[in-house]
Design a protein around this ligand. Sequence first.
Ligand code: ZN
Length: 139
Amino acid sequence: MKSYRKELWFETSTRRAFINITPQVEEALRESGIEEGLCLVNAMHITASVYINDDEPGLLADYEDWLEGLAPHEPISGYRHNRTGEDNGDAHLKRQVMGREVVVAVTNGKLDFGPWEQIFYGEFDGRRRKRVLVKIIGE
Ligand code: ZN
């Protein structure tokens, strides 16, 4: 069995962002040389997510509104977590809703997606360097 590990780095200019990282994951899969197996992609930070859904601008705007409705960034004082001196209480909750990781089957050297599936990095406390782990196992 082969195993391949790669870190993808991101630094968004905004506090929140959604980035389609499918091309970077496909590049990692090519580098791995693995034809049959599993590909794990996970955020390495507790205020960011990796999830799979459609790359459609209306949906991305809907996520932003929906998450702000569930866990608005302000008022900062609305979160007990922010008593630590941080201001990212909302970002931890948004990450929980949008998830930590995805696993995609690898078949014939390709990510074996369903219709319209794309892998996204969801950033909820950006403007600093953060990482995503790609781990691919198989043969
Ligand atoms: Zn925090």
